[in-house]
Write a protein that binds this ligand. Structure first.
Ligand code: ZN
Length: 198
């Protein structure tokens, strides 16, 4: 089925279809989907999947632009350690951690809670950590027209921990920046130090 064919489906209809496929997957895994403990699992899991991927049905720009304010200052704005939960697009397994967002405003600032919302919107879909980091940086840069944006993401990937290489304690860090953080190395290092030092 293509996205075009799905465009008229309601959220309930999508959830129903996903649940039917999940029932088949559970059976293929070797389970009896009719046993009491699993009876409602396909629908519950379908709802959980829809929740974990609601970013597809939300708009980061609209969210940011709904809370923009004029601002005279030009100092660094920094929100550290915004918690996020995403799903790796290669294995559909969770990866999760924190994202820190920093930007240098240019006449406009965005409501701080909106930065957390944008992290959620970009995280709640099938992602790779590198693109998640870049999408947050781009969304903030576009909406605020900031002089520069710097985003640091740190995450644990279940596909690394519970399968494959089984590296239990590895953390992945990705860094994305634009504007003055790209051209001014000293400024970038200063911001990075502030973001990374705990
Ligand atoms: Zn993976």
């Amino acid at each position: 089925m293509t996205q075009n064919e799905l465009s008229n489906f309601t959220e309930e209809q999508r959830t129903e279809k996903i649940a039917a496929h999940l029932a088949e997957i559970i059976t293929l895994l070797g389970e009896d989907v009719s046993r009491p403990g699993l009876l409602k699992t396909p629908v519950r899991a379908a709802k959980a999947l829809m929740y974990a991927t609601q970013g597809y049905r939300q708009d980061a720009q609209e969210t940011l632009r709904s809370a923009m304010f004029d601002h005279d200052g030009s100092g660094l704005v920094m929100v550290r350690d915004i918690e996020f939960y995403s799903m790796c697009e290669h294995h559909i397994l969770p990866f999760f951690g924190t994202i820190s967002v920093s930007y240098l405003p240019q006449g406009r600032i965005v409501g701080l809670s909106k930065l957390a919302r944008v992290v959620d919107i970009c995280a709640r879909k099938l992602q790779v950590q590198e693109r998640l980091t870049a999408e947050v940086a781009r969304a903030v840069a576009e909406a605020t027209e900031a002089r520069g944006v710097l985003v640091v993401a740190r995450a644990n990937h279940l596909c690394m921990k519970m399968r494959g290489v089984e590296k239990q304690d590895s953390t992945t860090t990705t860094i994305e920046y634009n504007g003055v953080f790209d051209s001014d190395t000293a400024l970038r290092n200063e911001a990075l130090q502030a973001l990374l030092t705990h």
